[in-house]
Design a protein around this ligand. Structure first.
Ligand code: DQA
Length: 137
């Protein structure tokens, strides 16, 4: 799952987020994990992200979320993640800890099973590996 402004990947601040769009990367991810069923959802709307978590969060799956700026603002997102059954891994493309101070705090980190930052798009593949192999997930 990707949150706000991540539909602009490839065009948005390429020096920070790279020049590949997520749709192309998602095709690569599917090829990298041919035995797994992967689904992609993106929204710029907080409520739509909540609705999607509610919809899938009680099915047997793992969830990877890059909540974008909602990471730093949304108690509602944290509540949704703690309210569902599925394990959630938090991913950030950039290293949020080396950026502005307001990006250092994540409301969702305490309710996620794992957090990956600063690995670029490879962080999503690492998150899938984590969900597949970690006993916590
Ligand atoms: C981001 C980091 C957030 O601080 C920012 O608001 C984003 C992207 C990342 O992937 O590095 O939109 O989540």
């Amino acid at each position: 799952m990707n949150g706000p402004n991540l539909n602009l990947l490839g065009r948005r601040e390429p020096g920070i987020y790279g020049s590949k769009d997520f749709e192309s990367y998602f095709e690569e991810l599917k090829a990298q994990f041919p035995d797994d069923e992967l689904y992609y959802f993106q929204s710029n709307h907080e409520g739509a992200l909540l609705d999607y978590l509610h919809d899938i969060g009680f099915s047997p799956c793992g969830i990877i979320i890059n909540a974008g700026a909602y990471t730093h603002t949304s108690i509602a997102l944290a509540d949704a993640i703690s309210g569902i059954k599925a394990p959630v891994v938090e991913v950030h493309i950039s290293n949020v800890y080396e950026r502005e101070v307001f990006r250092h705090h994540s409301y969702i980190k305490p309710v996620c099973v794992h957090t990956i930052v600063g690995k670029g798009l490879d962080g999503y593949a690492e998150a899938i590996e984590y969900l597949k192999t970690s006993p916590e997930a």
